[in-house]
Write a protein that binds this ligand. Structure first.
Ligand SMILES: [Zn+2]
Length: 237
C-alpha cells in the first residue's frame, strides 16, 4: 500500500532498504506514529517517518476463520498445569460441578471477579453472597437463632481473587488454589459459633436443617472426607 494512503491504525515499517525493517509503528494520524523505539528505550509517539525511510504500510484485518474449540484434558491423560492451577479433565471446567448440584460458576463471571451489583449483603458487616444464597442464608440464620439464641456466625463468605491470592500466600496448605475457591463464586461461607467443629449441637443442627434451605456441607469437607473443614458450607440451591 502506498505511504500516502496510510490511515490511523495501519502498521508502518521503516528502515533503510539495505538493512531491512528496523522498526514498526502504528499510524496515529497524518503526522505521528506510536512505536517501540530503541533510541528512546521505550514506547514513544514520534513524527511519521519520511517517505523514503518507509519500507511498507500494512492494514491489519481480522481473519474470517471459524473459532476453534479450546483444547481440554481428556480423562486419564496426564495432569495439565496452567499458572499453578491444575486444569480439570474432560469437558468444560465447572460442568461436573453443575451436574452434581454443587456450587460452581454462574453468570459468566470469572471466579473472584464478580461485580458488586451481582452480589447481596446478608447480615454480617462487609459480607456478600450471590443474592439467592444470601436470601436463603438469612432464612436459615433466623431459624438457627430461634434454636440457639443467636444468629449464625460467619468468618468468611465471598472471596475476591485478590483475597484468594493473599490467603494462598499465607496458608498454602489450607487455602484453595486462587481462582478455584467456591468462595470466589459467592456460594460458600465459613461459619463459627459452634458450627466450626464436628459433633457440636450447632454443627449437627446445620447438618439436619441447612440442606432444606439449599446450604450443604460438601462431602470433601466432612469427617473422613479428605479435607476436613467443618466450618465450610456451600449453597447449591
Ligand atoms: Zn470455606
Amino acid at each position: 500500500m502506498p505511504v500516502a494512503e496510510a490511515r490511523p491504525g495501519d502498521l508502518i515499517f521503516t528502515g533503510p532498504a539495505r538493512y531491512g525493517v528496523r522498526s514498526v509503528g502504528i499510524v496515529l494520524d497524518d503526522e505521528s506514529v506510536v512505536t517501540a523505539d530503541a533510541m528512546a528505550a521505550g514506547v514513544a509517539v514520534l513524527d511519521r517517518p519520511e517517505d523514503d525511510a518507509v519500507l511498507g504500510v500494512v492494514r491489519p484485518v481480522l481473519g474470517t476463520g471459524s473459532a476453534r474449540e479450546v483444547p481440554s484434558r481428556a480423562d486419564g491423560e496426564l495432569p495439565w498445569h496452567c499458572g499453578g492451577v491444575d486444569l480439570e479433565g474432560g469437558g468444560t471446567p465447572g460442568a461436573d460441578a453443575a451436574a452434581q448440584g454443587a456450587a460452581g460458576p454462574w453468570g459468566g463471571y470469572p471466579n473472584g471477579m464478580i461485580p458488586g451489583a451481582a452480589l447481596c449483603p446478608f447480615g454480617p458487616e462487609g459480607h456478600v453472597l450471590r443474592c439467592d444464597a444470601a436470601q436463603a442464608y438469612r432464612t436459615l440464620s433466623e431459624r438457627f437463632a430461634r434454636r440457639f439464641g443467636a444468629p449464625l456466625c460467619v468468618t468468611d463468605s465471598y472471596r475476591t481473587f485478590d483475597a484468594q491470592v493473599d490467603l494462598y500466600r499465607r496458608k498454602p496448605a489450607l487455602a484453595a488454589v486462587p481462582g478455584t475457591s467456591n468462595h470466589g463464586w459467592g456460594l460458600a461461607v465459613d461459619l463459627c459459633g459452634g458450627v466450626e467443629s464436628f459433633g457440636t449441637p450447632e454443627h449437627r443442627w446445620m447438618r439436619a436443617n441447612a440442606p432444606a434451605r439449599g446450604w450443604v456441607h460438601p462431602a470433601w469437607a466432612r469427617q473422613g472426607g479428605g479435607r476436613e473443614e467443618p466450618w465450610h458450607w456451600e449453597y447449591t440451591g
